[in-house]
Write a protein that binds this ligand. Structure first.
Ligand code: 3HC
Length: 318
């Protein structure tokens, strides 16, 4: 029979010390003791985040060859490359928690791992690239700036550079929409149509409402999350409601209204059925996105094999 009491007592003491460290705003580093559930939560969140960056390259990648000018093409290319870099920093941060990248990628490809719902919508016009930059990267920044203060050191440090780049991404998206909004009637209509399609999915990106958010309470206690899903969503709605005025366009929410008493904009109901449907794999592009990722991985097998063979050769020489 196992004697568990001393282990539990020791673990309890370690957990108390751990929480005290977190409460004192000290960083937890890879070699520090951490509760197993903290490690698992971080692997879940960081890997979902990494997958989102990598899958997030696909909707925009769709427009690289069709960008309307050389300058637009260069900017979009740089942005998509940034997303690849973000995915790599984040996979590296997840690996510090003792999980292999192969396993994380296998979980994405088998459909077991989640990635952000937003990347399962199609990009059907050039204005969608503007809407993604402004709305999707705008939502991503609001969610990610607080992660620069995450209790886990490698994740927090990775987020600093990511947030700087995301902020450039948001501006370039806004600038695309501003150019279209000031253009011909057809260009204005294209910008409005893109905003109509991307606005609600971006509002949903922050995750389920606080009452339904399974992980928020614990993640906030561990200072992985600093704000709740609804708090960040409200900031986003408030920010967009003001910025849209500059574009002279509208968001597709007839209930959006300034509430002086709350000091925030009120907004209409979110279609949670649509959100969960997309999260469960039934959005407009889920299957296409995974198929494309799996194909890219298989086509890149020779690069991984060549790199491993070179590393083996170098090690043998040494
Ligand atoms: N899409 C898909 N799944 C989502 C989701 C979304 N938008 N929002 C929540 N979920 C999932 C959660 O992953 C969780 O599922 P799980 O238990 O199987 O892991 C479930 O819904 C319940 O949600 P919770 O609120 O309890 O989950 P979290 O506490 O993890 O909060 C989160 C969700 C706010 C997305 C949080 O994980 C987070 O802040 N993650 C880091 C940032 C991130 O991953 N952003 C994704 C977009 S990255 C991006 O946009 C790239 C850019 O370049 C544009």
């Amino acid at each position: 029979m196992k004697i568990q009491a001393p282990i539990t007592a020791q673990e309890t003491a370690l957990e108390v010390q751990f929480q005290a460290k977190v409460d004192a705003e000290q960083r937890i580093e890879p070699k520090d003791w951490m509760p197993e559930a903290y490690r698992k939560t971080l692997i879940r969140q960081i890997s979902q985040h990494a997958h989102s960056e990598i899958v997030g390259m696909l909707p925009e990648g769709n427009w690289i060859t069709r960008a309307p000018s050389l300058k637009r093409k260069q900017i979009l290319l740089a942005k998509v490359q940034d997303e690849a870099g973000h995915g790599l920093y984040l996979y590296a941060a997840a690996e510090t928690l003792g999980i292999g990248r192969d396993q994380l990628i296998e979980e994405l490809h088998s459909g077991k791992a989640k990635y952000s719902s937003i990347f399962n919508y199609p990009t059907i016009s050039w204005a969608d690239i503007g809407a993604i930059g402004w709305l999707v990267d705008g939502a991503a920044i609001l969610n990610q700036i607080p992660i620069c203060r995450c209790s886990y050191g490698p994740y927090a440090r990775a987020m600093v550079r990511i947030c700087k780049e995301e902020s450039f991404h948001q501006r370039q998206g806004f600038e695309i929409l501003l150019t279209l909004a000031q253009g011909s009637d057809a260009q204005r209509a294209m910008a409005q149509d893109a905003i109509n399609r991307w606005y609600w999915p971006a509002v949903m990106m922050f995750g389920p409402s606080d009452g339904d958010s399974q992980h928020s309470e614990q993640s906030m206690r561990w200072k992985i999350k600093r704000f709740s899903n609804d708090e960040l969503r409200q900031r986003f709605v408030d920010m967009i409601a003001e910025q849209i005025k500059v574009l002279g366009l509208t968001v597709p929410d007839p209930e959006l209204k300034w509430n002086a008493e709350r000091g925030h904009y009120d907004f209409g109901p979110i279609d949670w059925d649509e959100f969960w449907n997309v999260v469960k794999g039934n959005g407009p592009c889920n299957k296409e996105r995974l198929r494309t990722r799996v194909q890219a991985y298989e086509q890149g097998a020779w690069v991984r094999e060549a790199a491993s063979a070179y590393a083996r050769k170098k090690a043998a020489k040494a």
